[in-house]
Structures are given as C-alpha cells and as structure tokens.
Design a protein around this ligand. Structure first.
Ligand code: NOJ
Ligand code: CA
Length: 670
C-alpha cells in the first residue's frame, strides 16, 4: 500500500512514500530482498539522496537491520503558524506532510520501531520512534546505521569531528568525495546547483551525530561516544533526534529555512518576556588581548573599578548588558586544568559583587554572569542552582557558560568521591547536562549563552531561555588565533554553523587589531555588518571602550542596530563567498541590511522591494571606502553616507575584499 503514491515513482520493494505540500520533494521507503530498510529523497523527480540504509547496532542485542517488514503506515498533514518569543522572525509556518511507517522483525525477537518522516517544501526530517517492548526494554546503541547517500557530485563545507578543539575549526571546502569525519551541520552544493544541509533537530538525551564517508560514498551517522557502555543508552520508549536534510535552490534558502525549529517541541516555559534580546559590552576583549587577566593580581580585569568603567560606558551608550569574566574564585593558576577550583558563588576580594550590582541597577544596566566550568561539569552542577539564585538577587538574568577543555575531557562525577569519568562535549551525558542547566536557570528566570557548547539543534524553541551559544571559531581567534579568521570564515559560518541557530560571535572589533598587533582580516564596515549577518538575540560590542570612542562614526551603527526581528531575508549570497541579509526590527519599522564578503571585491545590487509600500526611508549606509581591503591600513577605509530610498529602488554596494556594508533604513515621517 502506498501513501500519497505518485505514478512513475514506484520502485520494486517500495513500501511507503510521502511528498512535500508542494509535491516537489518526495521521500520513499524501500525494503530489499533481505528485509533491509532504506529511504531516498527525490526533488522534482530526481534523487537528491539515493538509497540510504536505516537501522541500529546494539551492544545488548543483535543489530536491527535485516528481516524487517512493514506492518502499518499512516500519514498526516500539518499546517500551523506559531510565534517565536524572540528570534530572526516572529511567525513561523510549519507546513508539512508526515508519514509514520511501522516496521517489525519477521522472526527472532520481533523487535519493532517506527520511522517518522516529515516532508516540508524545503526539506525533510526523520526520526526513529522506538516503542516499549519486552525484547528491547533498553537500547544500548553502539551505532545508528543512518546513511545519507548524496546522489549527485557536490562541493562540501565541513569541519572535522572528534578533534581536540571541538567545533572551533576553519571550514574545509572539498569535493563531497573527500569528506573525512565531519560534524553537522554540513553544507553541500551539488554540481547542478542544489544546496543541501544535513543536521539534526531536538538533540535530547542522545549523542550528537557526526558523519563519516563510508566505502560506498554515502555519509553515515557516527554517534559521539560517552563514558558508558555505548554512546547512547535509552529505555524504550524513546525517539531519536530528527535527522534533517534541508534542500534549496538558493544558498539563502538554507538560511531562511525553519525546518529545524519546526521539528522541535513547542515552548515548555510559557511566558519568557523576562528575557530581553540585548547588546552588551564587557571585560572580555582586553582579556583575550592579554592586557588584563582572568586571574587576580595587578592586571586583574574583573575589579570593581574596571567594571564600573564598563557600566558607565554601557549606560552612556545604551547597552543593557555588561559581561564580566574572572569575577569569581578559581581563576588563579592554571584554570584550564583546575575546573574543580571554581566557586560560582564567591567573588574575588577585589570585586564588589553586591555594590556593582547596585551601581549597575542605578544606571539601568544589568551585569551578565559568567560560569566557566573548565569542564568540571559535575562540580558545576552541584553549585549551579545556588549560583543562579545568587545572580537573580543581583539583577543578573543572563549567564555565559563555558566548557573549556579538549574534546572528550569533560569531567563527570556522579557521586561525591566517586570516580571521575570523561565525557565528550557532544555526548549523551552532555546533551542532558545542558538541559539540566537551562531548566534550572529558567526556574530562576536566567537565560543561558553557552560557549564550547553542544551543537545547536533548535532547542531554543522548546527552552527559549537558551538564547545563544558559541560552537564555532568566534572572534576570539582574531585576538590570538593562528591564523586569525580569514575573510571566507564568516561568509561560510552563515551557511553552515548558523543554520543550526544563533551564535555569540562577538562582533564589532573596530580597532581591527588583535594581540601583538595581529591584523584582523576585515574592513571596518564589515565589523558592523556582522551584527546583521550573524544572528544572535544577544550581540556583544566586543572592543574596548576607548576603541569605540576613537571611532564614533562606526560605533553609531552598533548603538543603533536592532537585535530582535520580525522578519529576515537573504537578499543575495553564495556559500563561502558573500551574503546580504535584510532584517526588520521587531516592534519597530526599521530595516537593517548586513552584507559581508570573501577576499574578492564585488558589486552588489540589492532590490529594496521588502520595504513598506508608500513609505520613504532614510538609508544610513556604512560601507567600504575606495581602495579598502582586508590588509593593512586599507581596512580602515570607510564611508558613512545617507540616501533616501523607497521600495522601488535598488541599492548598489561595492564590497571590498574582506569587506562589508551595514545599512539602517529608517522610515521618514513616521
Ligand atoms: C572560551 C570562550 O569562548 C571565551 O569567550 C571565554 O572568554 C573563555 N573561554 C574563558 O571562559
Ligand atoms: Ca571558545
């Protein structure tokens, strides 16, 4: 029996099928002569993902792979629109067709599972849904046999998995056939121009999925290990995270896709208006420059006097937040190695926690808390509830967490004095840890921004206090990186890492200079454009106050730019080359455009047809000046100019190599 059968697509062995609402994407399930299950994905009748295996290898039982038969299938249509409390757009349409196909082993243990596919106009999500059953009461999953057999030659943008620096790598751009072991999201462009992103949604109580190229050329899931008997141990019933395949003709279509959010559960916290998207400054860049230190002593950054200076600066310039790192006990000595020394309740002697909170409040500023765990994660969990409770008394309602250690070196200790086990940042235990943190923080009305995090899989929909995270090579590499981020990096991030969700990249280093005079490979205008190009509901103005004071013209954009949006659109772009994004300020009529570029100068012509009809706008344009480029003094060539435009206009912008443009569009006479 075929569901939503389309003539002409039926293969021998095909047992089930579903199509997207617009009919262009079709998923087919097939059983071969040995009862092995595969799926494939077609678009406009041609395979994008060819026959790809599904199944599991267990530690506590035979593999679940052969001898399967279809027992049942059902389809369901969904079309609903939901609202994001904050985000890159306010309303999200979830329009898909779902196929649930139930499989059972013909003999042996008659173990069973459902495959659930949701087919959207812009891609596919699928998961295994394993019911409770006597012969599979607990699944010790050694590997998930899920494959993605990309059916066309393609170029891939990817970062390696299982390397020591976690997610903080420059992206490789290689032929599909040269992918090694990659993390997701991974982005592909087929030679015939289709854009594909493979990732996952709703990574809950499960290990993160990586991809390894198998002998057949197909990409195969490889689960992040853990300290237990298998990467994933689950009692039935359970469902795996969704495996996602976003598909678009345009590179920007991947960025605009809501597939991952739609596959997550709705908001579990209800009202979260206590979280206010905001911009922040902080004692941070000076630490990475080595001008100040996390450790106490003569160069300690988190002193009362220095923090007051940042509070004053924030208040004077309209920033809500001031991040202070190094405020608590535990940073002295080799903090990388001594996470167990951190105390998240005790400030250093030279940091007047209570007094500073009062001072900040008197100026309408909120301190942002910092919890660097140094990967002593159980140690942190024992303190976090008290630590959040303390912060709340101080008006601190956002906390940056951190998990600095090499991959696989997270320290877990279930019982005080018990053995210390090693976990991976993206393993099952950490997927649960992060949810323990966001759930506990939510009780206290605290929002979380995790660095060295687990990958983003859209859980901000379910837990909307999980506001941002790092999880890629951020601006910090421009302070001390070897090398610093090249011009291609951020134009790749938009189409790779950022497809997973918001990133705390910490833009806005207008001095364009790292440690020891290191040249940041960016023009000045590009630093401004990053606020629009790289979405996050919190955005840092990362540079030192004195550097902003020296460049008031550029700083004006950082002060003006919005952080919460009604709508976001990609106006133009290609993976790893350039992007121009327009976003409409939430609760206001202004639009902002951010365009960033690789190392090759280019001209853009952007239609402004997204502007409201009948309105005139003042366009405040911050762009690369003549002769600007990503090296030397040319990086500072910069022009700020004003034009008047309507939706009938197109905006011509020249982007320097390593350059960018930032535009604020203000309705006139509103
Ligand atoms: C790494 C984070 O990415 C960075 O932002 C932070 O300053 C340090 N860890 C210290 O926690
Ligand atoms: Ca980091």
């Amino acid at each position: 029996m075929l569901a939503l059968a389309l003539p002409g697509f039926v293969h021998a062995g095909q047992v089930a099928q579903a199509a997207s609402p617009d009919g262009r994407i079709v998923v087919q399930l097939e059983l071969d002569g040995e009862g092995r299950l595969a799926y494939r994905v077609l678009r406009d009748g041609k395979p994008v993902v060819g026959d790809s295996r599904l199944g599991f290898i267990f530690r506590n039982g035979r593999q679940l792979l052969r001898g399967l038969q279809l027992e049942n299938q059902a389809t369901r249509r969904a079309d609903e629109t939901w609202e994001q409390p904050w985000g890159e757009r306010r309303f999200v349409r979830d329009h898909h067709n779902e196929l649930r196909a139930s499989f059972v082993e013909k003999d042996h243990d008659r173990r069973r599972f459902d495959m659930v596919f949701r087919v959207f106009d812009d891609g596919v999500g699928f998961r295994y849904d394993v019911p409770a059953q006597p012969k599979l009461a607990e699944a010790q999953i050694v590997q998930e046999l899920t494959e993605f057999a990309i059916a066309r030659p393609a170029t891939a943008w990817w970062i390696p998995a299982f390397e020591w620096n976690r997610e903080e790598y420059l992206y490789h751009r290689t032929p599909l056939a040269e992918i090694g072991v990659a993390q997701t999201p991974i982005t592909l462009r087929t030679d015939d121009g289709l854009h594909v992103s493979i990732h996952e949604a709703a990574l809950v109580d499960y290990a993160g999925m990586n991809l390894m190229r198998g002998d057949s050329g197909a990409l195969r899931a490889i689960l992040t290990p853990g300290s237990g008997v298998a990467p994933v141990v689950r009692k039935t019933p359970f469902a795996t995270p969704w495996r996602t395949i976003a598909i678009s003709d345009r590179a920007g279509g991947l960025v605009e896709s809501n597939l991952i959010l739609n596959l997550n559960e709705p908001n579990k916290f209800g009202e979260v208006s206590w979280f206010k998207p905001h911009k922040y400054v902080g004692v941070w860049w000076s630490l990475h420059l080595g001008k100040q230190s996390w450790a106490t002593g003569p160069t300690h950054g988190a002193t009362t006097a220095n923090t007051r200076r940042y509070i004053d600066f924030a208040a004077a310039n309209g920033f809500r937040g001031v991040l202070v790192e190094g405020w608590n006990v535990g940073w002295d000595g080799d903090w990388f190695a001594n996470g167990w020394d951190f105390d998240f309740r005790r400030p250093t002697a030279d940091y007047d926690l209570q007094g500073l909170a009062k001072y900040a409040a008197s100026k309408g500023v909120h301190l942002i808390g910092h919890h660097e765990t140094g990967c002593a994660v159980s140690h942190y969990e024992r303190q976090m509830d008290e630590a959040f409770a303390l912060f709340v008394t101080l008006g601190i309602d956002a906390v940056k967490t951190g998990y600095v250690c090499d991959a696989g070196q997270i320290e877990r200790q279930d019982l005080a004095n018990g053995p210390v086990l090693r976990e991976w940042h993206e393993g099952q235990w950490m997927s649960n840890h992060h949810l323990r943190v966001v759930q506990d923080a939510a009780k206290h009305r605290v929002a979380i921004n995790a660095h060295e995090p687990i990958k983003d899989t859209g859980l901000r929909r379910t837990y909307p206090n999980w506001i941002s995270r790092e999880g890629a090579r951020g601006q910090e590499f421009n302070a001390w990186g070897e090398p610093p981020n090249p011009p291609e990096h951020e134009v790749t991030l938009v189409y790779t890492r950022l497809l997973a969700g918001p990133m705390d990249y910490t833009p806005g280093v207008v001095s364009l200079t790292g440690k020891n005079g290191l040249e940041i490979q960016s023009t000045l205008a590009r630093q401004l454009a990053l606020y629009v190009a790289l979405y996050s509901p919190i955005q840092m103005a990362a540079d030192l106050p004195e550097h902003y004071e020296a460049r008031p013209e550029a700083f004006q954009f950082i002060k003006d730019v919005a952080v919460d949006w009604d709508e976001s659109r990609v106006l133009a772009g290609e993976v790893g080359e350039f992007v121009a994004i327009a976003r409409k300020q939430r609760g206001g009529g202004e639009w902002f455009i951010g365009a960033i570029n690789d190392r090759n100068a280019r001209d853009l012509k952007l239609a402004l047809d997204f502007l409201e009809a009948g309105k005139r706008y003042r366009a405040e344009v911050y762009r690369d000046g003549e002769g600007a480029g990503w090296k030397g003094e040319s990086r500072f060539r910069f022009v700020r100019e004003t034009r008047e435009v309507t939706r009938a206009d197109a905006m011509q912008l020249w982007l320097a190599g390593g350059g960018g443009a930032a535009v604020r569009l203000v309705p006139i006479g509103r």
